[in-house]
Design a protein around this ligand. Structure first.
Ligand SMILES: [Zn+2]
Length: 436
């Protein structure tokens, strides 16, 4: 009786965990503090079968959408398109955007030289990697009919149009003992049929540091060289456990860096903050190295991380992401506001002055990254039935008023307006007090 009553709660949570109808919700449930734990092998086996069943249903729908991949024409507007997908990057922790610790010296240099244009008002649709990946890869955007897996994935369209697609990932490779996060984020990239439909070239190993991935690319870069190229780098970036994301010799910040600027933090917290800044600094060297690889080519590079990250922001003593908390303006600033920039080589700018002019002109537009495929399709000059110009940030027809719904919960624009109003009211109150 004692044993039964003690394990009853976990049994209840296990039933809850295994009663969802898609893998994303299961993953989200696992981010909760109290979730079902499979203590016995038999439960783990049952959970594996259940999780695979769920992804199988989405794979079937994705494979059905393969038939919808149609390309009317392709002008190969850009010969080489490079998409860098970063990890856990809070815009308010980037010195390129005004953060005070100098953790992006190389990107700042590129910006000063006029080679790199930062976009200033970009958010991610989710704060979980796998959810963002589904939105980033699918032609689905938040608010569309159906689900993300009912729409084609953009690399499929690129391959159909004649691009050679390379995917270099430092996170999502099929492997044994996968965490549910990697399973949920990578299953539609790693399924044999879908992988073949999306990618021509892929890496097969994961690396401790992102530099390993770049070295691996050097060996693979000549594949399909005579064709126009789409190259996707998926970095480990500033993923949790920041301490291990930057080689020791490249670390420049420590807890003493913030003695004056962050007196409210403990020594331990300042150490974590320094690890995060060091990881951003290392990431700066990685994106700069990628840019250098394409400097002498006709190439355009887009950098975007999957989502933001908390690192003691807005007076909260917390780092990581709060998955079950309500989305407040403070949380949105930390976990959803992300950096994004476009870099173009000299040759590219000379060949496409119109595109570069649009990048400069429109870099302050509001944007959510679920629309990323439409920017990529435009850059490639791909005409297909699914293409929607109002989602392309560089188009004159871009819809700046599109609601940016975070996590299927709140509209970012509304949230920010509320915050602005609140601040104004507080200010007015203070002024009144002073007058009295
Ligand atoms: Zn992530």
């Amino acid at each position: 009786i004692v044993c039964a009553s003690m394990c009853m709660e976990n049994k209840r949570l296990l039933v809850k965990l295994m009663s969802y109808d898609n893998i994303g919700d299961v993953e989200h449930e696992l981010t909760e503090k109290h979730h079902g734990v499979q203590y016995l092998p038999i439960y783990r086996l049952a959970f594996s079968i259940y999780a695979n069943e769920l992804t199988a249903q989405q794979l079937v729908r994705l494979k059905e959408s393969l038939d919808d991949v149609k390309v009317d024409s392709c002008s190969y507007r850009s010969r080489n398109i490079v998409l860098i997908i970063g990890e856990s990057y809070n815009r308010n922790h980037s010195s390129l955007y005004g953060y005070e610790t100098p953790n992006t010296p190389r990107q700042k240099k590129l910006y000063k030289r006029g080679e790199l244009m930062p976009f200033t008002d970009v958010v991610s649709p989710w704060n979980l990697t796998s959810f963002v990946f589904k939105h980033l890869f699918s032609l689905y955007t938040v608010g569309d009919k159906g689900d993300w897996c009912d729409y084609p994935l953009f690399p499929e369209v690129f391959r159909k149009a004649g691009y050679h697609v390379t995917f270099m990932t430092n996170q999502f490779l099929p492997q044994a003992k996968e965490a549910v996060y990697d399973f949920s984020g990578g299953f539609f990239l790693n399924d044999e049929q879908l992988s073949k439909a999306q990618f021509d070239t892929r890496n097969t190993d994961l690396y401790r540091f992102d530099n390993g991935l770049l070295c691996n690319y050097e060996k693979l870069k000549d594949e399909g060289k005579d064709k126009p190229q789409l190259i996707i780098f998926h970095l480990k970036g500033q993923h949790v456990d920041y301490r291990t994301r930057c080689p020791k010799v490249q670390k420049r910040f420590n807890k003493d860096t913030y003695k004056e600027s962050r007196p409210e933090l403990s020594d331990k917290e300042r150490t974590v903050l320094s690890d995060y800044d060091n990881a951003i600094l290392y990431n700066d060297s990685i994106v700069n190295a990628i840019v250098d690889k394409f400097r002498k080519q006709d190439a355009i590079v887009i950098y975007v991380p999957d989502h933001g990250e908390e690192c003691y922001d807005g007076g909260v003593h917390f780092y990581g992401r709060m998955h079950s908390a309500e989305i407040t303006p403070r949380l949105a600033h930390a976990e959803f506001e992300i950096p994004m920039w476009i870099w173009a080589s000299r040759e590219y700018k000379a060949k496409h002055p119109d595109i570069w002019q649009a990048v400069r002109k429109y870099r302050k537009r509001p944007y959510m990254t679920d629309a990323m495929p439409y920017l990529l399709l435009y850059l490639a000059g791909i005409e297909c039935p699914q293409y929607r110009d109002e989602l392309n940030i560089l188009s004159d027809k871009y819809n700046e008023k599109r609601p940016r719904i975070l996590k299927r919960q709140v509209d970012y624009n509304v949230l920010m307006e509320k915050e602005k109003l609140q601040k104004e009211q507080e200010k007015a109150k203070e002024n009144n007090k002073k007058k009295r």
